[in-house]
Write a protein that binds this ligand. Structure first.
Ligand SMILES: [Zn+2]
Length: 122
């Protein structure tokens, strides 16, 4: 078993104790509860998902589960893995940390909210 496979699940348990439990489609409720702003837009010249401080920007793809996965990923960056690609691109060997951080943030998005079994198969 590699490190990333157990670090995030253990972390998710702690985060659920602290933040509570949220279903996959309750990212807006989570954001409202924890002072995070979510802005859904339709601009095609912006990345599909990114965050600045505690504001998450999401391009509306009209596929709720993908939007939710991206929202939880960005929320993960804000509450659990605070540094983004720009930061790591300026640090020697930062790309290695960035890759691991992105994987862990995606694991967070997959594991922190409660997904319906058929919704988690993407
Ligand atoms: Zn990311």
């Amino acid at each position: 078993m590699i490190e990333g496979q157990w670090v995030v699940p253990e972390m998710v348990q702690r985060y659920r104790l602290f933040y509570g439990t949220y279903r996959w489609n309750e990212y807006e409720r989570f954001a409202a509860d924890w002072d995070i702003t979510i802005i859904v837009h339709e601009r095609t010249d912006a990345p599909a998902a990114f965050h600045l401080d505690r504001i998450v920007f999401l391009r509306d793809l009209r596929v709720g589960t993908i939007l939710a996965r991206r929202a939880w990923h960005e929320i993960g960056h804000i509450i659990a893995f605070p540094f983004n690609s720009l930061y790591w691109s300026k640090v020697p060997w930062g790309y290695l940390v960035e890759r691991k951080t992105e994987k862990r943030t995606s694991d967070f998005a997959r594991l922190f909210p409660v997904w319906d079994s058929h919704e988690s198969l993407f």
